[in-house]
Design a protein around this ligand. Structure first.
Ligand code: NAD
Length: 296
């Protein structure tokens, strides 16, 4: 069996199109332009690339992009003061603080200072609690994008055995909550899991979010299973720098029913879902009906 390759790049483009349509309607019918504020502290090169890309795509779908670049030695008080200003600014519907923050800043404190309604990353403790109790929340972008791809491929996920490898707060745990919300039987595996190969072999759905290049070989995958590879790992191969996932794509695609590639799978969905979350936040804050198909 050769797996269907789930094209995250193409799927993300359809999400952006939907978002752009809603943005146009919000402008035309209500005179509202959704706005996303991105705060970057310091000069981490990867973060700078992400922030540039987020800003560009925000503008491309017709939304306002507000970028705030602060020095690496910015004090916690100054950062919290900026977030307070953004919380109160009616033209800002989404706020994202790019992680990681420099070590002297308390990430939890900073994230929890964002108004939960504007927390488009879905990391605020209120949103974590709402998601965990099956209530309407802002959903973290990478798990949301992964869920959208699974729903698109399968329709209903009800009753499927899902294994999420990785228990981070930003991917593994919210992913497991979303799958549970769609009535999967969910196992969360992690670095202390025994017989990981056997655990993964039971799965109809495998979500790998570990950060270890190609650690899941094809012979761990059940015939016909759907594999969502969240990992992004930069390695050197044949003298070149290449990106690979947490799954060994070459062997896994021979067994899986469907699989996301790296790059071009989950990655592009993440920013698309950030834009989707911003439109959703804008609609909610203005008591307007939410766009369908853009949230969990
Ligand atoms: P993390 O380091 O916070 O968490 C990794 C998890 O993997 C931990 O819970 C740990 O228990 C588990 N783990 C580590 N070694 C393991 C092992 N040998 N067996 C089983 N589990 C093991 O990472 P994260 O932030 O969740 O990110 C995971 C990967 O996803 C990274 O490669 C990251 O770059 C990528 N990522 C991609 C996107 C995207 O947009 N596609 C977004 C976020 C993260």
């Amino acid at each position: 069996m050769t797996a269907k390759i789930i094209d995250g790049k193409a799927f993300a483009a359809t999400i952006r199109e939907k978002v752009a349509g809603h943005v146009a309607r919000l402008k035309e019918e209500h005179g509202i332009t959704p706005g996303l504020a991105v705060v970057l502290v310091g000069e981490d090169p990867a973060s700078q690339v992400y922030v540039r890309s987020k800003g560009k795509q925000t503008v491309e779908v017709g939304m306002n992009s507000f970028e705030h670049k602060l020095d690496a030695d910015t004090s916690e008080a100054d950062l919290l003061a900026l977030i307070d200003t953004l919380n109160k600014d009616d033209s800002v519907h989404g706020i994202l603080v790019q992680l990681p923050l420099p070590k002297h800043l308390d990430e939890d404190l900073v994230i929890n200072s964002i108004s939960p309604e504007k927390d488009v990353d879905g990391f605020h403790i209120s949103n974590v609690g709402l998601l965990g109790t099956g209530q309407k929340s802002m959903v973290p972008c990478t798990p949301l994008g992964s869920l959208m791809m699974l729903r698109d491929h399968h329709g209903s996920l009800s009753g499927m055995n899902a294994v999420v490898i990785g228990r981070s707060n930003i991917v593994g745990k919210p992913m497991a909550q979303l799958l549970l919300g769609d009535s999967c039987t969910v196992t969360i595996a992690h670095s202390r899991t025994k017989d990981l190969a056997e655990v993964v072999r039971r799965a109809d759905i495998v979500v790998a979010a570990v950060g270890r290049p190609e650690m899941v070989p094809g012979d761990w995958i059940k015939e016909g299973a759907t594999v969502i590879d969240v990992g992004i790992n930069r390695i050197e191969r044949d003298g070149k720098n290449v990106l690979v996932g947490d799954v060994d794509f070459a062997s896994a695609k021979e067994v899986a029913g469907a699989i996301t590639p790296v790059p071009g799978g989950v990655g592009p969905m993440t920013i698309a879902c950030l834009l989707a979350n911003t439109v959703t936040a804008c609609c909610r804050s203005n008591d307007l009906s939410e766009p369908e198909g853009l949230t969990a």
